[in-house]
Design a protein around this ligand. Structure first.
Ligand code: SAH
Length: 360
């Protein structure tokens, strides 16, 4: 099966040669007419994948309370930016706002800023959040206001395009998307160089693939500079690890793995997040900040009291709703589900209290 985007990419490759994996991801996800996020709401049981806030309200409630606690610990600055990167359906922010509304002064001081590339999802977010609070949308984190910043990003960085480099001897070749027999296909480009690759000769062997996400570092740097200048806290939640190695690009459609190249624009494409690269970019931009150790999502949510919250909710439920709640608690926290593969990284001023739930 070919998609309209396949034809567009094949023409582009015929005219100008193979494209990087990052270019391919950017077109597949955000092409204005045919891109995956640009054209649809992919979440939920009827969609392609489910995220933590779509599994249970408990996720957003606990993140909301952790951010509100950080805001109180830092002297309740007003006004402040309450921001989310890649808010999807707006579910996480709705849960944050509802839970944090119990903290006196928080809602009144919060200015809501969402960084979202997809017009389709901006409309869904407006429906979900509009009545409760005025929202300002941004194309990029660069334009977030110069004031205290309390921010969450869940499954945002995994959607940013990555480049892939394969080691050959002591050098590197970039993995490219080209054409073969009228279809898109992977190949290797000529010798390639990137400033981050030299250091990777020590921990790789010939044949290994190293991934670099060019957009991630600059975004982490902007968040870090806002927080260093004005105070605040950022919670970055995603799947991935510290010091990533290997090919982690994956396509998902209808809750199942899909081919990476046969249906651009119709399957979600993600790559594991390299948390070390995020932490390094934040620390370089603002050396005075404290970057937390990477904390497994299950540990983070348990420290924030997810079990107590689940028990409180369970008291009002029975039958299928109760079974769903127990299942949601397990999915979010258990090591065999999202509890270990998903990690949380926190960024806050060194002088401020540690963000609740994170390892120290
Ligand atoms: N945080 C939500 C959605 C995660 S999906 C949740 O947990 O349910 C990724 C989100 O990031 C989508 O809203 C998508 O449209 C947005 N997105 C992807 N790439 C983006 C980019 N380069 N700039 C801004 N938003 C982007």
């Amino acid at each position: 099966m070919t998609t309209p985007l396949t034809e567009i990419l094949l023409r582009r490759i015929a005219a100008a040669g193979p494209i990087t994996v990052a270019d391919y991801m950017a077109e597949a996800l955000l092409h204005p007419e045919h891109g995956y996020y640009a054209t649809r709401d992919p979440f939920g049981a009827a969609g392609d994948f489910t995220t933590a806030p779509e599994i249970s309200q408990m996720f957003g409630e606990l993140i909301g309370l952790a951010l509100a606690q950080a805001w109180r610990d830092q002297g309740r600055p007003a006004p402040f930016t309450l921001a989310e990167l890649g808010p999807g359906r707006g579910t996480l922010m709705a849960d944050i706002l509802r839970a944090a509304a119990r903290v006196p002064g928080f809602t009144e001081a919060a200015e809501l800023h969402l960084v979202e590339a997809s017009p389709t999802l901006r409309a869904v977010q407006a429906d979900r959040l509009g009545p409760a609070a005025p929202v300002l949308w941004h194309d990029s984190a660069d334009t977030l206001p110069e004031q205290p910043l309390f921010l969450v990003a869940n499954e945002f960085f995994d959607a940013l395009p990555i480049r892939q480099f394969q080691r050959e001897g002591a050098g590197w070749h970039e993995r490219m998307v080209g054409a073969a027999n009228g279809a898109l296909s992977f190949g290797l480009g000529g010798p390639a160089d990137h400033p981050d690759l030299q250091a990777r000769l020590t921990d790789t062997r010939p044949g290994d693939i190293v991934e670099i996400c060019p957009a991630a570092g600059p975004i982490a740097a902007v968040l870090a500079m806002r927080i260093a200048a004005h105070g605040g806290a950022a919670l970055i939640v995603d799947y991935g690890g510290w010091h990533s190695l290997g090919d982690t690009l994956q396509a998902v459609r209808a809750h199942a793995p899909a081919d990476l190249l046969t249906q651009p624009g119709q399957a979600d494409l993600t790559a594991h997040v390299d948390f070390e690269a995020l932490a390094r970019a934040a620390k370089t931009a603002a050396p005075t900040l404290h970057i937390s150790p990477m904390t497994p999502q299950g540990v983070f949510l348990e420290r924030l009291g997810i079990t107590t919250r689940a028990q409180a909710l369970a008291g009002r439920l029975s039958g299928a709703a109760l079974t769903d709640l127990v299942g949601a608690h397990r999915r979010l926290t258990h090591a065999d589900e999202m509890g270990t593969v998903f990690k949380v990284l926190g960024v806050a001023p060194s002088a401020a209290a540690t963000i609740a739930g994170l390892s120290v």
